[in-house]
Design a protein around this ligand. Structure first.
Ligand SMILES: Nc1ncnc2c1ncn2[C@@H]1O[C@H](COP(=O)(O)OP(=O)(O)O)[C@@H](O)[C@H]1O
Ligand SMILES: O=c1ccn([C@@H]2O[C@H](COP(=O)(O)OP(=O)(O)O)[C@@H](O)[C@H]2O)c(=O)[nH]1
Length: 240
């Protein structure tokens, strides 16, 4: 049965941590599930840009433990997103999904350098854009380039496939056992309550550019498809 998608143009942010397995920082079964969900939404006619995190391999926040300075640590984190992007591209291409990687910073040399115009051209040509290297500069997470890509590609929503939560709560559900699930809230409310489900810089960028954020559970392999189909899943952060 054909379902009219709720979203026509999306940016999908895939949590790096959700790509790891118990024996390896990158798990082929998880990566395959992600690729299958991308193929499913593409078949529904949804124009898709994917941005992968790198936290399954390395995060800038580990700088101290490794005695790295923040710039070095962030460069390692950005490089990690490149590994995930190449592996995801490989699996997607094996499923006959055409892709192009657009890269920044330490990932330059993987695919082609990021350009909003070239990304839009690839999407118009029916390809999936995969972004590597985040913003290409230290001090960010991949949430900011996810929202930025929504601006560049005129996507109405960033679907955030999150590790360790099924949506947004009024407090961190990993820490506060009786935290309350919030099916819908505004970006301003999330900022005012200092909810740390995503980067505050990315939240304010989404608010200022009227982009919706749909937080869905990475643990459910159907959650991206359900979000696109308009089924109740995760939490929606509205721009207003
Ligand atoms: N208000 C909140 N609602 C939901 N999750 C939250 C909240 N505050 C903090 N978190 C935490 O955010 C984590 C996901 O964010 P993060 O680890 O940065 O993600 P990812 O690697 O999935 O992008 C969850 O595992 C959850 O513990
Ligand atoms: O524009 C960017 C994007 C990412 N990073 C680094 O790359 C790491 C991995 O990205 P992220 O934490 O967003 O991955 P995820 O949380 O999705 O696993 C971050 O911790 C940062 O150290 C960065 O320095 N600049």
């Amino acid at each position: 049965m054909f379902v009219e998608p709720r979203y026509r143009r999306i940016v999908l942010k895939v949590s790096g941590e959700s790509l790891g397995g118990s024996h390896s920082p990158v798990d082929i079964d998880r990566m395959t599930e992600v690729a299958q969900s991308i193929r499913t939404v593409c078949k529904m006619g949804v124009t898709t840009t994917v941005i992968v995190g790198g936290g399954n391999i390395f995060r800038g926040g580990s700088a101290k433990a490794w005695e790295l300075d923040r710039l070095q640590a962030d460069e390692a984190g950005m490089a990690a997103t490149g590994v995930n992007a190449i592996l995801l591209q490989g699996i997607l291409e094996s499923m006959a999904v055409r892709t192009e990687i657009f890269s920044r910073g330490p990932c330059n040399g993987i695919g082609i350098p990021y350009s909003g115009e070239e990304l839009r051209a690839a999407l118009s040509d029916g390809q999936v854009g995969i972004l590597a290297g985040g913003m290409g500069i230290s001090g960010f997470s991949t949430d900011v380039p996810a929202v930025h890509a929504a601006i560049d590609t005129m996507a109405e929503v960033v679907i955030m496939s999150k590790h360790g939560t099924d949506g947004v709560y009024n407090d961190d559900p990993r820490v506060v056992k009786n935290a309350r699930f919030l099916p819908s809230l505004s970006a301003s409310q999330a900022l005012a309550r200092k909810l740390r489900v995503m980067d505050s810089t990315a939240l304010s960028l989404a608010r200022d550019h009227s982009k919706y954020i749909h937080v869905v559970p990475a643990a459910d392999p159907n959650s991206v498809q359900y979000a696109v189909e308009g089924k109740e899943v995760g939490s929606v952060i509205t721009p207003q």
